[in-house]
Ligand binder design. Structure first.
Ligand code: MOS
Length: 690
């Protein structure tokens, strides 16, 4: 391999930094209209009247869609897409109308003029561990058992020499990609074309086909450039349905951009989790019992479970163990995937509790973790395809300068500042889904590689071209790559840190096949070239005889201002074992991006469901604080070369999510080291810390 492993520059970088990269809302089609949704102001109830007269009277307003006049669609698989189909209001912010106008400004004025009357019912948006309607789902999002138990975790905990019994709370968190959710739709007879901001348009096409009753040949969904998603664009969102309906209704192209303040309620979010951890250990530090009980919520619209108890099934050896998820269906906006769903909040809680255990034992937190390394995956008993957590911890300790650390809290200070350091482990599963790809050799000596991957800012194009070049045995410059359209060979989403492995497998296969066809060929290529296709199956978890996960270690150094309560991260270091790193330049960006998001989770990001109104109090970027550059002084990402033959032909484990996983715990543990105080609720804002 010559291209894979090199720090190739991202192919669309110049387009992006010069502003020529076009996003979904920037399809300047002739006659285009703009539409603005009207959110419900009721947390639970039913629309009894929509008065659209004032909106329609505004010059430039073309139409107002409501549940009474919107096109009737077939029921979607995802009920959050069934917008304007009935008068029910399942949560505040649910869309009740859509104003279509000749400009964005007029649509906005029109939306403000729509009067929606609702019959209100009592609502409940308050999560509590003792909520009477909490239940344990049989499966979590169809993937994992809701509860697992081995041995006698209660008995072993009660009898343990050292015990930690703590509750860590993670608030609702919002994905807030820089580019809001947006779609531009137009119909050509009964053919629908949509430009949308999505992590995977093959699935968007399937959803639209089902809802509008169209065969896939009559739908094209394009996502050429995507300004981030963090999971919130992993599935189609209401904007794509609204734009398609409005374009059908008006006969003109329509763009819907979800306003920033409507995103928290309509594009998914990370649900709050209450994490009760009970760790029992012998005096030597070996875990005898590990129990993680998660209480979280979903909406009335659908059950989505933030599976924060899953890492407890993977991380540490303990003969007695349990992990249970309890869900309460509340009148809240529907939660969904957000970067490292499950692992991010779950590992925050588990890794904070492990730090508490180390303190209770009087042991170094790295050594406690190493002591409890499992030989096989604790829950399944499967051998790990590879697991280099210990190496990550040791390498991180070396780079960070952990040796000689005084474990006693509150021992380093300067003026009003206290300093501390903390460590936490990270894990994220390996997932590989079916994909297809095509590769074509052209007479001019170039190669066209096609796969409906989504480049959400990760550099997917670049790494896929690298994979293709090596499989073809040609220089990288000769490979042209096309991604981001449902007309290309079908592919799974950019999500679950699975994109590169899934698409890359198909690209590798198609290119290797083409290379085989070209080898020994004597005659010149026809004008249209020569094409090979591949459909790869991936490896489903259940099929693999191995437990496949990436691992990592995070280290943080913080200062805590005893006058203002301000916590600042001074250094952040991550060391990862994530299989083969295919492009060190773009990989580093993803690791650092994940750690930055983890820093936000630790210190600044947090949302509140207002009990009276049933809505998030922090619905824009002025109140929901994501880290700015000044908050991120020194972030380093490194990795351990890992050669794992049980993954895919490329040997990569996926890197998009693991960066966030242990970061918040490392920061929190450092804050404890600085102050001697355990804060068990995120984010660590000055009001909490003072
Ligand atoms: Mo990620 S939350 O799987 O897009």
């Amino acid at each position: 391999m010559t291209a894979v492993g090199t720090p190739a520059e991202r192919r669309e970088g110049r387009e992006k930094v010069t502003g020529t990269a076009r996003y979904a809302a920037e399809e300047h089609l002739p006659g285009r209209l703009f539409a603005r949704p009207v959110p419900a102001a009721t947390a639970r109830g039913r629309v009894t009247d929509v008065d659209v007269s004032a909106a329609l009277a505004l010059p430039g307003v073309v139409a107002v869609l409501t549940h009474e006049n919107a096109p009737r669609l077939a029921a979607p698989d995802d009920p959050t897409l069934a917008v304007l189909q009935d008068p029910e209001v399942p949560h505040r912010g649910w869309f009740t109308a859509l104003v279509v106008a000749d400009s964005l400004e007029t649509a906005r004025a029109g939306a403000a003029a729509v009067r929606v009357t609702c019959a209100e019912e009592e609502h409940d948006v308050t999560l509590a561990a003792d909520h009477p309607r909490a239940y344990v789902p049989e499966t979590i999002n169809g993937s994992f058992p809701g509860a697992r138990e081995q041995g006698d975790p209660d008995g072993a905990f009660t009898g343990a020499e050292v015990r930690v019994d703590v509750v860590y709370r993670v608030p609702p968190l919002h994905n807030h990609p820089m580019e809001p959710h947006a779609s531009t739709a137009h119909w050509d007879g009964e053919r629908l074309t949509v430009h949308t901001s999505s992590q995977g348009t093959t699935a968007v096409r399937a959803a639209l086909g089902r809802m509008f009753g169209l065969p896939k040949e009559r739908i094209t969904v394009v996502a050429e450039h995507v300004g981030g998603g963090f999971g919130s664009k992993g599935t189609p969102r209401p904007d794509v349905v609204l734009a398609s309906m409005a374009a059908w209704h008006t006969g003109r192209p329509v763009t819907v951009v979800v306003p920033r303040r409507m995103m928290p309620t309509t594009v998914g979010h990370r649900a709050a989790t209450l994490n009760r951890l009970r760790l029992g250990a012998d005096a030597g530090g070996r875990l005898t019992s590990l129990a993680h009980e998660v209480t979280t919520y979903s909406s009335r619209v659908k059950e989505f479970v933030e599976y924060a108890g899953i890492p407890a099934r993977v991380m540490y050896a303990a003969p007695h163990r349990s992990s249970v998820h309890r869900v309460v269906r509340l009148d809240v906006p529907t939660p969904s995937w957000m970067r490292a769903p499950g692992e991010a909040p779950g590992m925050y809680a588990l890794e904070s509790a492990m730090d508490e255990l180390a303190e209770a034992l009087g042991m170094d937190p790295i050594e406690v973790r190493i002591l409890n390394e499992p030989r096989t995956e604790p829950d399944s008993g499967k051998p790990f395809s590879s697991r280099h957590l210990v190496e990550c911890l040791r390498e991180g300790a070396r780079r960070f300068g952990w040796a000689g650390r005084d474990p006693r809290p509150r021992t380093r200070s300067a003026g009003p500042l206290l300093f501390g350091t903390g460590v936490a482990a990270a894990t994220y599963p390996v997932q590989v889904y079916p994909s297809s790809a095509a590769a074509r050799a052209l007479p001019d000596g170039s190669f066209l590689v096609e796969v409906n991957a989504a480049d959400i800012g990760t550099g997917a194009r670049t790494v896929l071209a690298q994979i293709g070049a090596d499989a073809l045995g040609v220089p990288l410059e000769r490979v042209v790559i096309r991604v981001g359209s449902s007309d290309l060979p079908a592919a799974p989403l950019a999500g679950g840190s699975s994109g590169t492995a899934s698409w890359g497998w198909a690209v590798h296969e198609a290119c290797a096949r083409l290379r085989g066809q070209l080898a020994g060929r004597q005659s010149p290529l026809p004008a249209e070239g020569l094409q090979a296709r591949a459909d790869t199956a991936g490896v489903a978890d259940a099929e693999s005889p191995f437990a496949r996960h990436a691992f990592g270690a995070h280290f943080a150094e913080v200062s805590v201002d005893t006058v203002t309560g301000e916590v600042r991260v001074r250094r952040l270091l991550g060391v990862y074992a994530a299989g083969r790193i295919l492009n060190p330049r773009t990989a580093r960006s993803q690791f650092v991006g994940g750690m930055t998001m983890g820093l936000g989770m630790a210190l600044t990001e947090g949302s509140t469901l207002d009990a009276a109104f049933g809505d998030f109090a922090e619905s824009d970027l002025a109140s929901y604080h994501v880290p700015a550059h000044a908050d991120v002084p020194d972030v380093e990402a490194h990795w351990i070369e890992e050669d794992d033959p049980h993954l895919n032909p490329l040997g990569g484990k996926g890197i998009g999510e693991i960066g966030i996983v242990g970061t918040a715990a490392a920061v929190g543990n450092a804050v404890h080291h600085a102050t001697g105080i355990r804060f068990r609720e995120l984010p660590l804002t000055p009001d909490r810390v003072l």
